[in-house]
Write a protein that binds this ligand. Structure first.
Ligand code: CP3
Length: 340
């Protein structure tokens, strides 16, 4: 079993820097497209054998040091009573706007309402036993609330911000409910066998540091604090948080995910030696030549400067048009140039 990823999460020294890629299972892989051609994305998420198959594809193809469960952050939101579709971006037919919309949301029974997620994790633990650890994941309460209120992706997030400022009671009631759901969902993943958890706060960075602290921090902190995390490291990734890492750190967690807008060395200095980091190559570097990919991998490794507690990753998800051979080459570079 390759435990370099888990060791790095706990800040222990490793022989070579572990690496995985956010959204490593997906449309850039012909092997994924082949499985996906036979069903919709949601059907794929809900069929444990297929979800497990596409989870393992990048482990074998790229040689990464961790697997991430194939699902979506919005999977547990559907059984709250939200009608979900992917076109390919997520769309909710009935966005949350009023207090009665919030009251109508239910907290799913995870074993009953998302059995396929837990079953996928159990299959994966058997199939990955001599390979790599399995990462479970969920959306941070704020990012989930963004999709639930906007009803889809957004450029300016005016609906959720309007709710935050004009109807703080509705916003708070929604965040309470989403946080409670998230806690049960992630604890169910840990119980089923997830060996680390990543919390994706894709939209946390659309707020000022002051608003992040006022409207988001307490919910993510409560979530992380409520996880059964003694043996399960928590990775907290807030995209766009480079200027407010000190605030985000207060949420807790073992590893801070970093996007590429902050230098890794500066982030490490600011976070201190008791917090591991994950990141932070610009995903578009994978469109570059081998020389560029090698140069940029070396730069990120140099910024970490041999400090324990670094997991190499992209600063956000891999893009669907990246040539797979470039991702394979990136993983080789990380391993080759970090070998002690
Ligand atoms: O990392 C992995 O390989 C695991 C699988 C995974 C998916 N989504 C599969 C997926 C993970 C970890 C996610 C997380 C997720 N989903 C996030 C947070 C991470 C991030 O990228 O910021 C968000 C915001 C979502 C919501 C979501 N789901 C969006 C915006 C989209 C459309 C994006 C796109 O690429 O078109 C999805 C769909 C989705 N989730 C796909 C996959 C493989 C594409 C679906 C398809 O096959 O058509």
């Amino acid at each position: 079993m390759n435990v370099s990823f888990l060791d790095a999460c706990w800040g222990k020294p490793v022989k070579r820097t572990p690496v995985w890629l956010m959204r490593q299972a997906g449309r850039y892989l012909p092997e994924y497209m082949q499985v996906r051609s036979k069903c919709t994305f949601l059907e794929l998420c809900k069929t444990p054998e297929l979800a497990a198959e596409v989870t393992i594809q990048p482990v074998d193809i790229l040689g990464v040091d961790a697997a991430i469960l194939f699902s979506d952050i919005l999977t547990p939101v559907e059984p709250m009573g939200m009608k979900l579709d992917f076109v390919p971006g997520p769309v909710f037919e009935n966005p949350v706007r009023t207090m009665s919309d919030v009251e109508a949301l239910k907290i799913p029974d995870m074993e009953q309402d998302v059995p396929y997620v837990l079953e996928t994790i159990k299959i994966l633990r058997r199939e990955l036993v001599n390979k790599v650890p399995l990462i479970g994941f969920g959306g941070a309460p704020f990012t989930l609330a963004c999709y639930m209120v906007e009803g889809k992706g957004s450029k300016d997030f005016s609906q959720i911000k309007k709710m935050m400022y004009k109807a703080p009671d509705i916003y708070a009631a929604l965040m309470e409910k989403v946080t409670a759901m998230d806690m049960e969902y992630l604890n169910a993943q840990i119980k089923a066998g997830a060996e680390a958890i990543q919390i994706f706060d894709t939209w946390g960075g659309i707020l000022s540091p002051a608003d992040y602290e006022r409207y988001v921090l307490l919910y993510t902190a409560r979530l992380i604090n409520g996880l059964n995390r003694t043996n399960t490291p928590i990775i907290h990734f807030v995209k766009g948080a480079g200027t407010m890492l000190d605030v985000v750190k207060k949420a807790g967690g073992d590893v801070m995910g970093l996007d590429w807008h902050v230098s890794l060395s500066e982030a490490r200095d600011r976070l201190g030696s008791n917090m591991a980091v994950q990141g932070n190559l610009d995903p578009t570097v994978l469109f570059g030549s081998k020389e560029i990919i090698e140069r940029e991998v070396k730069r990120v490794l140099r910024e970490n400067d041999g400090r324990p507690g670094h997991i190499f990753n992209l600063g956000h998800g891999i893009l669907p048009t990246v040539p797979p051979e470039n991702a394979i080459f990136m993983v080789e570079c990380v391993h080759r140039f970090s070998e002690k």
